[in-house]
Design a protein around this ligand. Sequence first.
Ligand code: DX5
Ligand code: ZN
Length: 217
Amino acid sequence: HIEPLIAPSILAADFARLADEAAAVADAVDWLHVDVMDNHFVPNLTIGLPVVESLRRATDVPLDCHLMIDDPDRWAIGYAEAGAYNVTFHAEATDDPVALARRLRAAGSKAGLAIDRDTLIEPYLDLLPEFDTLLVMTIKAGFGGQQFLPELLDKVRAVKAARGELSVRIEVDGGINADTIEQAAQAGADAFVAGTAIYGAEDPAAAARALRERARA
Ligand code: DX5
Ligand code: ZN
């Protein structure tokens, strides 16, 4: 049995108070999920490298950087050098995911591969040994607060079946809340991103702890 990891998405936090927002969940979570969007790969713009560098100094919680950007071959290494614990880039944004994963690991971070809503998982199942996390989107990437798409859990099941004894984490992102986390966990996910369900709650740390309990069920 693999212990579930909980990763609140700061996309749903107050961007003017990120250090406080990180501190509010620090004791209750495993990673802080940082959604980097460039207004090209997705039609939304969030934060970039300078904010990640500052956040790294402001908290000890490992940063799980989710790059929803074009040309990660050019930009991803900067996030590893900035001290990100894990750097996840999108399969749709590069022609050579294995080469980039190896560069990230050489730069000192974990490497993650993200699969967006409309992308098939099968071509990537052979690449699992190259990655520390496989992020299966459970929405179309781009915005927080969208509704969970349960049919995408078939991809989670496919990764779980292909994983064998590998230690790669299966992460889900999008619409994860107290109602949906159990089905994601049952499908085989073991790392859970939640934005609205944690930072939209009155007590984000309590919400994160409650999600962890549901993921264990
Ligand atoms: C969306 C981001 C998600 C987002 C999830 O593209 O990748 O991490 O913050 O937000 P919720 O949990 O509200 O669906
Ligand atoms: Zn994300």
